[in-house]
Design a protein around this ligand. Sequence first.
Ligand code: DNO
Length: 357
Amino acid sequence: MIMTLRWYGTGYDTVTLKQIRQIPGVRGVISTLYGTKPGEVWEREEIKALKDEIEAAGLSLSGIESVNVHDAIKTGVPERDGYIANYIETLRRLGEADVHTVCYNFMPVFDWTRTELARKRADGSTVLAYTQAAVDALDPEKMFASIAGDTNGSVMPGWEPDRMARVKELFAMYSDVDEEKLFSNLVYFLKAIMPVCNEFDIKMAIHPDDPAWSVFGLPRIVTSLDKIKRFLDAVDDPHNGITFCSGSYGTNPDNDLPDMIRALKGRIHFAHVRNLKFNSRDDFEEAAHLSSDGSFDMYEIVRALYETGFDGPIRPDHGRTIWGEVAMPGYGLYDRALGAAYINGLWEAIEKSETRK
Ligand code: DNO
């Protein structure tokens, strides 16, 4: 595995490359051109500038999170073909720049959904949290306003204000898109992009729906092992793979995380490793990465990745906000650095105990 940290880019992130370089074992960053909009073709010069800046800091650009998919592709309207052509061109340019891992999602309207961005835990840290009751009671158009006050001035991925201003229009676009239609639109998209992925060895890593069930009645199709297997089989190419995000699949306690990792051997191209603490089935909060702080067995998760020969980029995921840091919720430096160190520790211990047998 290659240990990485997500980095939004100079001007967007409160964390610097210099700081990331000092986290033991972190070799690369996962980044994006944060200023681009879904559907745009990425400029070669901008890709190069991003890569050069990262490499000048002694790190590598280990993958892109995300090249976002335009709503026309997700909804399957006739304009999708033009947007798919743009997506293919962006992939070509990334391939030419030697980028081989691309994360994206196929969630309608909202990317990940949380109902609180700063829930206080007993240790005084603040974390992202989700309560189903809050979602049920909320008008989706007010979703953004309800959390906007806690973003610490950052633009949250998937929650860009101009996108949120169009929420009503977005819901209308998806009004006749059910799970089957969304699924076939995903398959159509993947079939179209596989040739360029093969040409440049680009591993596509779909991010799961978070939480792993329908919110506001919108369809969700990347939530469980059966559903993943269905779309991996529909486009049976090793470049069609997944981001294994423990915190997203883990929102549904019926998902056995280590078991899923084993079943998806070879098709996991990127790993997001984090822990959640369940207060009830309908209420969870993000915890420190350490197993005992939450509800997941992080040792078993990392062990399953190790045993299946996972060699792609991995990153600690959302951290708690601690030590007075002011950062994008979930994406501060301190707790993610602790997470990276912890995952590295688990990996080293597993590797040594396996190779010394
Ligand atoms: C949240 C992230 C997601 C993820 C996208 C991938 O923190 O895990 O925003 O990056 O869904 O496209």
